[in-house]
Design a protein around this ligand. Structure first.
Ligand SMILES: Nc1ncnc2c1ncn2[C@@H]1O[C@H](COP(=O)(O)OP(=O)(O)O)[C@@H](O)[C@H]1O
Ligand SMILES: [Mg+2]
Length: 294
C-alpha cells in the first residue's frame, strides 16, 4: 500500500454504453501498474468487466469471488488475484459479477442499500488497498445506490452525444436525493467527454456542454446547498478509438497493446487523456516507466 487510507472510486453513469466498463478496466490497470494496490469490484449484473477478464461468471457464482457475496451472511468475499500484464508481474484483486447480484438486489433484504459500504468499511480497516474501484450498472436502483454510498470519488464518463449529456441531470438529481436521504457526501466527481469525434459538429457542441454548462449547473446546485464540499473536475476528453475495443475487448492492457501493436501519435494522445484522469485521482503524474514492472 502506498497511501495510508483506502479510497473508493465508482465509475458511474446511469446511462448504458457510455464507456464505464472500458474506463474501469483502464483506470484499474493504470493504478496497479503504478504500484498502487487495487481491488476491482464488478458491481454490474451485466458482468461485462468479468468477461473482459476472461472469467465465466457461472464458475464464480456464489463463491467468495462473487461480488454479490457482500449481500450474503454465509460467505465473506474473498478477492481473486489476477495479472493484468503480459509479463505477469503486475496484479490486482477482483470480485467478479454473477447473476446473483441482481437476485440479491431485488430481494426484500433489510438495509440492502448499505451492504457494499459495510463490506468496504471492513476491508478498508485492514489497510490492504489504496483504491477500490467499482464498475457500476447502467441504471438507477439498489445497486447504483450501494455504489454511490460507498464512493469517495465518482468518475463520470459522458458520451459526447445529446442523449448522453441530457442524461446527466437525472444523474446529479439522484446524487442529491442520496445526499438528502443518507447524508451521503462525495469528495469529488471527475467528469469527461467520452467517445469524442473531433470532426463532428454535434460532438463539439456536446463537449462544450460537458466542459461549460455542466460545471455551471453544479455551481448552481452548490448555491442551493447541495454537493457541499465536493470538488467537480472535468478531465480532457477521450476520443473514440477502435484500439480501445481491440485491447480491452481481448483482455489486454490498453497501454501495452498500444506499445506493442499501435504506437501512433494519435494513440499517444489518447493515453495522455487517461494520464489526466489518473492525475486527478491520485494527485501525482502517471509514470510510464513503471508499466513494465520489475
Ligand atoms: N473511447 C472509446 N472509443 C471507442 N469505443 C469505445 C470507447 N469507450 C467505450 N467504447 C465502446 O463502447 C461500448 C460501450 O462501452 P462500455 O465501456 O461497455 O460502456 P458501459 O459500461 O457504460 O455500458 C463498448 O463496445 C466499448 O468498446
Ligand atoms: Mg458496463
Amino acid at each position: 500500500m502506498i497511501n495510508n487510507a483506502t479510497k473508493v472510486i465508482a465509475i458511474a453513469n446511469q446511462k448504458g454504453g457510455v464507456g464505464k466498463t472500458k474506463t474501469t478496466d483502464i483506470i484499474a490497470r493504470d493504478l496497479a501498474s503504478n504500484g498502487y494496490s487495487v481491488l476491482v469490484i464488478d458491481w454490474d449484473p451485466q458482468k461485462t468487466l468479468t468477461a473482459q477478464f476472461g472469467i465465466n461468471s457461472n464458475d464464480i457464482k456464489n463463491t467468495p469471488h462473487d461480488s454479490s457475496s457482500v449481500f450474503s451472511d454465509g460467505i465473506f468475499p474473498q478477492p481473486k488475484r489476477v495479472t493484468i500484464h503480459e509479463s505477469g508481474d503486475i496484479f490486482l484483486d477482483m470480485l467478479f459479477a454473477s447473476s446473483s447480484l441482481m437476485e440479491y438486489a431485488q430481494s426484500g433484504m433489510s438495509a440492502r442499500e448499505v451492504k457494499l459500504r459495510n463490506y468496504i468499511k471492513k476491508i478498508s480497516k485492514e489497510k490492504i488497498y489504496d483504491y477500490i474501484i467499482l464498475d457500476t450498472p447502467g441504471s438507477l436502483g439498489v445497486l447504483f445506490t450501494n455504489a454511490m454510498l460507498s464512493a469517495d470519488i465518482v468518475v463520470l464518463p459522458i458520451q459526447t452525444a445529446k442523449a448522453a449529456t441530457d442524461a446527466t441531470e437525472p444523474f446529479f438529481k439522484e446524487l442529491i436525493a442520496l445526499e438528502e436521504q443518507f447524508e451521503n457526501k462525495l469528495e469529488k466527481i471527475i467528469a469527461f467527454g467520452n467517445m469524442y469525434n473531433k470532426v463532428a459538429t454535434h460532438d463539439k457542441e456536446q463537449l462544450e456542454i460537458i466542459q461549460k454548462d455542466i460545471p455551471l449547473y453544479i455551481e448552481k446546485q452548490k448555491k442551493l446547498g447541495n454537493f457541499e464540499g465536493m470538488e467537480f473536475l472535468v478531465s480532457k476528453e477521450i476520443p473514440t478509438r477502435t484500439v480501445i475495443k481491440d485491447a480491452t475487448g481481448n483482455g489486454i492492457y490498453l497501454r501495452e497493446y498500444i506499445r506493442l501493436y499501435s504506437n501512433t501519435k494519435s494513440n499517444k494522445e489518447l493515453l495522455e487523456a487517461y494520464n489526466e484522469i489518473f492525475n486527478l485521482i491520485t494527485g501525482v503524474k502517471f509514470n510510464n516507466q513503471k508499466i513494465r514492472g520489475k
